[in-house]
Ligand binder design. Structure first.
Ligand code: FA5
Ligand code: MG
Length: 401
């Protein structure tokens, strides 16, 4: 899960300011506000939260072509698992994204003081209810229902940084596979090594199935629910991009679901990130674009399709320096910036950080404004930056320099 510092701020809670601002996006199921681009598409995603809504289809319509992209990549992953595990993986793709803190955190052993539990990282509906920040929230209920091999696909929500590979709403697919003792005993390996080997083999196989020849690497990492834990990175746009987290399930999770004698692996992959590699889509914001020049490229939903950039509009950089307060967090700043500039903000990056003799800390952030669809005028950007500065002062309790 995203590592971010745990600092409390009133801004972390669903605020009436944000609620009013996004009111027109019609969150009908709950009064929770998430700063989404004013261009509209993510709102259609939200309305689908009220499951069974008759309008669901039409709300999705503006991003239909993009979802087609999603449809293709999900099918390709399903195909892989069906082919390699003779259809034994059970698929779930309509579990509610509104889950209890128990499901999202406790059931998967997330410690009480883990950063991901903070209002700074997760969208809380109320003290005991969140918008799931990962599909791992469903692991335990499905294990308890008796499933031993399953895939869970769904929308997940996070307060996070802003750049080409992060967005506050995205999609994950969770995979879980439970082994019985005879499966590893025959191998001569211990249970954990066997599961880790099978996990890496399965995911490398999936990457080959999806991408063919790409450069990838395994990185050791930490998750509260797996040990050992790994991330898979793919070399994309001259950088290593993390596409999934995975590992051998903690025995405690199996114990709690009556699988004392078993071992299991689990993974959670970022579907937009996979699609970015698959279709050479350079920026995650494009998944929310209603621009014909983008959507028309994927309307066929062909696996071999590659994104043809229609033109790259120039970015405009604005720096903002300020003395931080104790409650300052980067996620809060990003939420303020996204709340004002929507999808016109491409990146928010800390470029300078120092503490003076009096112990006051100054940060300088560089905000990159760039539309994926058109050129922005100077006036428009100046106005955005002005509004961002105003909002920073009133919402973040920082002193601009
Ligand atoms: C998790 O969410 C773990 N639940 C994954 C897992 C499952 C590990 C089962 C072990 C066992 P992480 O926070 O790294 O891990 O997110 C998983 C993937 O989601 C990332 O690799 C990335 O592909 C994607 N992702 C994370 N944050 C964002 C974001 N803000 N925007 C888009 N994609 C994201
Ligand atoms: Mg990660």
């Amino acid at each position: 899960m995203a590592a971010a510092s745990l600092v409390h701020s009133s801004l972390c809670r669903p605020s009436s300011f944000l609620h009013q601002q996004y009111h027109h996006h019609r969150f009908r199921t709950f009064a929770l506000s998430i700063p989404f681009p004013s261009s509209g598409s993510p709102a259609s995603l939200f309305s689908s939260l009220s499951s069974g809504s008759p309008q669901k289809k039409s709300r999705w319509a503006p991003v239909a072509a993009v979802l087609e992209v999603g449809g293709v990549k999900i099918n390709a992953i399903y195909e892989y698992f069906d082919a390699n595990y003779s259809g034994k993986f059970v698929k779930f793709d309509n579990l509610s994204p509104i889950v209890s803190t128990k499901e999202n955190f406790d059931d998967v052993l997330v410690p009480a003081d883990h950063v991901s539990r903070s209002y700074n990282d997760t969208y809380y509906v109320n003290a005991n209810t969140v918008l799931r920040c990962h599909t791992s929230a469903h692991q335990v209920e499905l294990l308890r229902q008796g499933h031993n091999q399953f895939l869970v696909t769904g929308d997940v929500y996070r307060r996070d940084s802003i750049d080409a590979t992060h967005y506050p709403v995205f999609h994950q697919m969770e995979g879980v596979r439970v082994f019985s003792p005879d499966e590893w005993q025959a191998s001569g390996l211990d249970a954990t090594s066997y599961a880790a080997m099978d996990l890496k083999k399965s995911l490398e196989g999936l990457a080959c199935h999806l991408f063919g020849d790409v450069e990838m690497r395994w990185v050791d990492t930490y998750f509260p629910f797996t040990n050992p834990s790994f991330e898979l990175e793919i070399y994309f746009q001259e950088k290593w991009m993390e596409v999934l987290g995975c590992g051998v399930t903690e025995q405690e999770i199996l114990k709690r679901s009556d699988r004392m004698d078993n071992v299991a692996w689990a993974f959670g992959l970022g579907l937009e990130r996979l699609a970015m590699v698959l279709f050479e889509i350079p920026d995650i914001r494009l998944f929310w674009s209603t621009d014909e020049r983008f959507t028309s490229q994927f309307s066929e939903g062909q696996l071999g399709a590659k994104f043809k950039p229609f033109s790259k509009f120039p970015p405009c950089y604005k720096d903002v320096s300020f003395w931080i307060s104790d409650s300052f967090t980067e996620n809060n700043l990003c939420e303020v910036v996204r709340g004002i500039a929507g999808d016109l903000v491409e990146e928010v990056q800390l470029i300078d950080n120092f503490t003076n003799k009096k112990g006051m800390t100054s940060h300088c952030y560089r905000i990159a404004y760039r539309s994926t669809e058109r050129s922005l005028t100077d006036e428009e950007i100046n106005q955005l930056q002005w509004n961002v500065r105003e909002a920073m002062q009133s919402k973040l309790n920082v002193v601009l320099r």
